[in-house]
Design a protein around this ligand. Structure first.
Ligand code: DQA
Length: 148
């Protein structure tokens, strides 16, 4: 049994009402329940967190070291701007999958750049809330393969 951190960045607390034409009508609570069941059915557990603050996200990544086998990280807009989050992932050395609900590559050009991708073991985007379980599956496979 392993524990995984599902970490959410700014504005994701508003999922369900936030630009539903882009992000759908699923709330972050709904996503948490799906992630919890998905992990539990596979004999694992999750901790699910959200913050609108960059420093709090850095702290959560640091605190994952030695506690979680991996991080599924939807850093929201910080994906495209934050060297600090990239450095936190590199420093924590916890395998991290970058994920997005939307296909960021089909959207505005500024969303095409990801600092996190340089530090992540992989990136999943464009599958709506299923991006979360796909990221967890990737982390479980990675952990099982003994990469960490
Ligand atoms: C997002 C994509 C980001 O570009 C955006 O800033 C978000 C959500 C997604 O899940 O599709 O806040 O990470």
């Amino acid at each position: 049994m392993a524990s995984f951190l599902v970490l959410n960045g700014p504005n994701l607390n508003l999922l369900g009402t936030r630009q539903p034409e882009v992000y759908g009508s699923t709330t972050l609570d709904d996503i948490e329940q799906v992630c919890r069941t998905f992990a539990h059915d596979r004999g694992h557990s999750i901790v699910f967190q959200q913050s609108n603050h960059e420093g709090a996200l850095v702290d959560a990544i640091h605190d994952a070291r030695g506690v979680h086998a991996g991080i599924a990280l939807n850093a929201g807009a910080y994906t495209h701007t934050s060297v600090a989050l990239m450095d936190a992932v590199l420093s924590s050395m916890v395998p991290t999958v970058e994920l997005h609900l939307s296909n960021v590559h089909a959207r505005e050009e500024f969303r095409h750049r990801s600092y996190l991708a340089k530090a992540a073991i992989g990136v999943i985007c464009g599958f709506g809330s299923a991006s979360y379980t796909l990221a967890l599956q990737a982390l479980m496979d990675h952990t099982k393969a003994g990469h960490d």
